[in-house]
Design a protein around this ligand. Structure first.
Ligand code: AP5
Length: 217
């Protein structure tokens, strides 16, 4: 099963794709996590990407496509994978289609999580993440058991450097200009599942799961 999670920043792509990845025992591939890891390791790629990320802009397509091409070749993707935050432009989507076609693969479904802007700002301002294992929390809606400590690995949680209101607004603008056209791109090929992201996290998970279990084999 090859899935794409699509939606605005803060829509819940990471939260839901982590749950679905666990359910189907397939890897969750987040381009945001890969880039943040490169930034933390101070690699050339990380240094190039950082300026774009801090400004709420997209990292250039050629860099991202190379990252995905390399990651998909890992042995853990044999039974499928989830793309969380990729593609984000029509060019990335076209490149992905041809990359998959070359390997006789195709996208099973694109899960589009729909959330209004006002909700997004509240979600991202309250988000806390684990810098070690990338687990995602929210101070109000999804708090860790012990304040500011990751349930999974015990590390101290942090706030992402792009989760401040001015950068959030720029990320939303970038999403509208570059990524939202993908909703139509995938709807045209009948691959889109649209889910309202303004419900309880587990209700959304079950709704997505029901849709995915209905995919013809
Ligand atoms: P990335 O890390 O992908 O950021 P994003 O798309 O902005 O998405 P987020 O991670 O902010 O949100 P999410 O939808 O995963 O929400 P989450 O589940 O965490 O990318 C960062 C940057 O990297 C980009 O800006 C760009 O520069 C670059 N980049 C990455 N991919 C790229 C690409 N393909 N091309 C070019 N550049 C790229 O949830 C958010 C919060 O809400 C959490 O606190 C969560 O606990 C809470 N929450 C989730 N669901 C609910 C719910 N139902 N109810 C209440 N709270 C909820």
């Amino acid at each position: 099963m090859i899935l794409i999670f699509l939606g605005a920043p803060g829509a819940g792509k990471g939260t839901q794709s982590e749950l679905i990845a666990k359910e189907f025992s397939i890897p969750q591939i987040s381009t945001g996590d890969i880039l943040r890891n490169e930034v933390a390791l101070v690699t050339d790629l990380g240094m190039k990407a950082k300026a774009y990320m801090d400004n709420g802009e997209l990292v250039p397509d050629d860099i991202i496509i190379q990252i995905i091409e390399k990651r998909i070749k890992n042995g853990d993707t044999k039974n499928g994978f989830i793309l969380d935050g990729f593609p984000r432009t029509i060019k990335q989507a076209e490149e992905l289609d041809s990359m998959l076609q070359k390997n006789n693969l195709s996208i099973s479904k694109v899960v589009f999580i729909d959330v209004q802007d006002e909700v997004i700002i509240e979600r991202l301002s309250g988000r806390r993440v684990c810098p070690s294992c990338n687990a995602v929390y929210h101070i109000k809606y999804n708090p860790p058991k012990v304040e500011n400590i990751c349930d999974k690995c015990g590390s101290k949680l942090i706030q992402r450097s792009d989760d401040h209101e001015d950068v959030i607004k720029r990320r939303l603008q970038t999403y509208k200009e570059n990524t939202s056209p993908l909703v139509e791109y995938y709807a045209n090929s009948m691959r889109l599942i649209k889910i309202s992201g303004e419900k309880d996290i587990m209700d959304i998970f079950h709704e997505i799961l029901d849709e995915l279990l209905n995919i013809p084999k």
